[in-house]
Design a protein around this ligand. Structure first.
Ligand code: NI
Length: 165
């Protein structure tokens, strides 16, 4: 296993739309293991392949305190079941910034797991938010896109300055 480098906003590669995984090969499974290791080390509760510059529809999530309830979602799709929730979100690609974002509460998730088996489950609360946030990455969308243009440009300036320093 290996830790992967995480791209940071405003890196344009984060804006690329990910393409579907055609087959869950051992290479995909190994990538998922590396993504989990990278996420736990960061530490974070979710990571999309787009963030490690692999533009395939793969995300990993683990919102447990014990770091032993990982979800690996390959080609995930989300159906909104209802409700709304507002939570403070952060992102490993936008380090140090946390802002309130409103999202659906209850969702149904369909995806393949890391062995290529179909999985389907319902989620709410933090798990739901996290899955929606990671699936946004696959579309090239970041949580800062839900903020005002002023806030987003403030965050961009700070991160660019920090990278140059
Ligand atoms: Ni993120």
């Amino acid at each position: 296993m290996a830790q992967l480098n995480i791209l940071e906003f405003p890196d344009p590669r984060l804006r690329q739309r990910a393409s579907p995984v055609e087959r869950v090969t051992p290479r995909v499974t190994a990538l998922i293991d590396d993504m989990l290791e990278t996420m736990y080390a960061a530490p974070g509760v979710g990571l999309a392949a787009s963030q490690v510059d692999v533009h395939k529809r793969i995300v990993v999530v683990d919102v447990s305190d014990s770091h032993d309830q990982p979800y690996a979602l390959v080609n995930p799709t989300i159906e909104v079941l209802g409700g709304l929730q507002q939570r403070e979100e952060g992102c490993l690609s936008v380090p140090g910034f946390f802002e309130q974002v409103e999202r659906a509460d209850r969702i149904r998730v369909l995806a393949l797991d890391k062995l290529g088996n179909a999985q389907e489950f319902d989620a709410d609360g933090l798990l739901s938010v996290c899955i929606q946030h990671e699936c946004d990455h696959l579309e090239g969308r970041l949580f800062v896109d839900y903020l005002t243009a002023l806030k987003r440009s403030h965050i961009r300036k700070k991160l660019v300055k920090r990278t140059r320093a």
